[in-house]
Write a protein of this length. Structure first.
Length: 203
């Protein structure tokens, strides 16, 4: 596929751009360590894979043509981001010295990352807008679809892991009570901001 490199570069830039998923990864990494952020990253990557499939299905077409469906999903996503922001803002400061999350906590982190990615309708429209430009109608569609979706999902995992390890470099200062509180307030504010922007955005 001649346009694959261009798609790869566009997808990489998109994933690198700050968003709710990046905020979640950085927050989990600072609070629980890079390894503790893995479950959330896998949740984000899994949701990205699923959203790509939805974008190519009848539901994706519905969201693109129905103002009501778009509005409902938009406000569900906005409400969830606001909830995450308020919960993080008021949670007690966590330190990097805390033990890693339990298996239950990892499950909760996976679901959290999955939901953050899944409830963002902008992701659906990104796939719907980008994919058609890189699909060769003369070639088998399924093979191209799987290649592009898998590439994007792998990029999500790799780039977020890099973000998680980068955040770990600051753990010395951020492990203090003051640093932990700053992480909570900054992450909470970012989630609230993303939620507000999502709710205020038009179709």
């Amino acid at each position: 596929m001649e346009s694959y490199i261009l798609f790869f570069m566009l997808a990489a830039v998109t994933v690198l751009s700050p968003g709710p998923g990046v905020v979640l990864t950085l927050t989990n990494s600072i609070r629980y360590g890079a390894s503790g952020a893995t479950a959330g990253i896998l949740g984000i990557a899994a949701a990205a894979f699923l959203v790509a499939g939805v974008a190519a299905s009848s539901l994706g077409i519905l969201l693109a043509t129905s103002a009501l469906a778009f509005t409902i999903l938009k406000f569900v996503g906005a409400a969830y981001l606001l909830y995450l922001g308020l919960r993080l803002w008021f949670s007690p400061p966590a330190t990097m010295a805390q033990p890693g999350p339990s298996s239950k906590r990892r499950g909760a982190q996976f679901l959290e990352g999955f939901t953050v990615q899944l409830t963002n309708p902008k992701t659906v429209f990104f796939f719907m807008a980008v994919f058609p430009q890189f699909v060769d109608l003369a070639s088998p569609y399924l093979e191209q679809f799987v290649l592009l979706v898998t590439t994007y999902s792998v990029l999500v995992a790799v780039i977020h892991i890099a973000y998680a390890h980068s955040a770990g470099l600051a753990k010395g200062w951020l492990s203090t009570e003051k640093g932990g509180r700053l992480v909570n307030r900054a992450g909470g504010s970012a989630f609230i901001g993303f939620g507000a922007l999502l709710a205020a955005s038009g179709k």
